[in-house]
Write a protein that binds this ligand. Sequence first.
Ligand code: GDP
Ligand code: IMO
Ligand code: MG
Length: 434
Amino acid sequence: MKQANKADVLLGLQWGDEGKGKIVDVLTPGYQLIARFQGGPNAGHTLEFENRKYVLHTIPSGIFHSGTKNLIGSGVVIDPYIFSQELDHLDIGQEQLRESLLISARAHLITPSHRLCDAANEASRGKQKIGSTLKGIGPAYTDKIARSGLRLGDSLCAGFETQYQELREAHLRLVKGLGYSKNDFQIEKRSFDEYEKLWFEGLKRIQGLQLVESEVYINQALDQGVRVLAEGAQGTLLDIDFGSYPFVTSSNTIAAGACTGLGLAPSRIGEVYGIFKAYCTRVGSGPFPTELFDAHGDQLRKTGNEFGSTTGRPRRCGWLDLPALKYSVMLNGVTKLIMTKVDVLSELPQFKVCVGYEYDGQQVEFLPSSFEPEKLRPILQDFKGWHCDLATFSSIGELPSALKDYLKLIEDFVRVPIEIVSTGPDRVQTLFRK
Ligand code: GDP
Ligand code: IMO
Ligand code: MG
């Protein structure tokens, strides 16, 4: 019997910003459809090629390859204001955009009042704040689950304006209880009313693109033999169910999210590419067992240019956390690993890697779901660096032996092969296993 055509998935194994955008762009020539399955404009996926640099928030990272279709799935939440700005920055003609971009009619909208709720919620948390990107992600997914959200397709139906106004009023009542009002809204120097006006203009613009029943579209595409790559946002350790709750995002970032966010049956998932940095970073609050507070952390931040692609915030930096990586590999059923930012470690004569944890004096294999951070100690192993420029190497097999030892340590620990190594931000700075 002929093997059924399946969708491959690429997703982050840490706390986001692993380099998903760069690698999806690198892999796109092997696919005909790239499909984002969750998250929204909290994501910032950076692509660099031919001396150009783009940061994508909602649009899939295959968009710069002509002939490839790019689908925004039903699991994604869209802010038409941000989306419209993103379209402006793409340098892609209207015709090509209309041709290559498809958007699920089931995708939920992030409204201006969702953003107001996000700001009010964060402020009310005080020291316990999540460190959200404040793009309205949490409130939009909250309304989706509460069955009061607005879907893109609904915006074309009669009664949408009323639904919008009712939701807006409900949000304004909600934030009033937290001491907030419309007057506290200021985004990019815009008042609530100015933002709302541009939001509706953005919505009109999206309505002029191809809105599709994405679950039918993608399954029919697979039936016809189309090669599909599903692109995740955020990372496994920010997953709403399996991340360090409540310091997580509001969607399922794991491979299962590709099923729910695109309407794919589990049996339709093929390869799962898990991407991770050679060290760790995290933006926002929450536990980070291998975090560095010393000069090493500063050096990783400086060399790795670790500042948020969406908010510009400095990223917290630390050593690679192998137990956390193993946990992510398990949750996602990763079949192939991709390691990025290896070049950032090149200037270190030696560094460390976490191989286990001690919790309250006891050795543990995985982080417990609830724990007191001060009782947790990472078990760190020293590692000798390779200390050389990686620009001259053209495949993984040719890399310096110290770096190959690092790859082997990781592969032995998580029991999945590393198939791609990224040695710089540009498309061409990518090594494959031959
Ligand atoms: P994403 O959210 O997973 O797509 O990752 P981001 O784009 O937020 O952050 C990754 C950052 O690292 C971006 O600035 C990329 O240009 C950059 N980058 C990606 N791969 C590499 C690499 O191998 N080496 C270096 N030095 N930078 C990289
Ligand atoms: P990409 O796709 C890194 C983090 C925020 C915050 C938490 C909740 O670029 O990897 P939210 O805005 O979802 O309410 O924020 O999640 N976060 C990310 N961190 N990369 C991202 O996306 C992120 N998206 C959200 O910093 O800690
Ligand atoms: Mg990012």
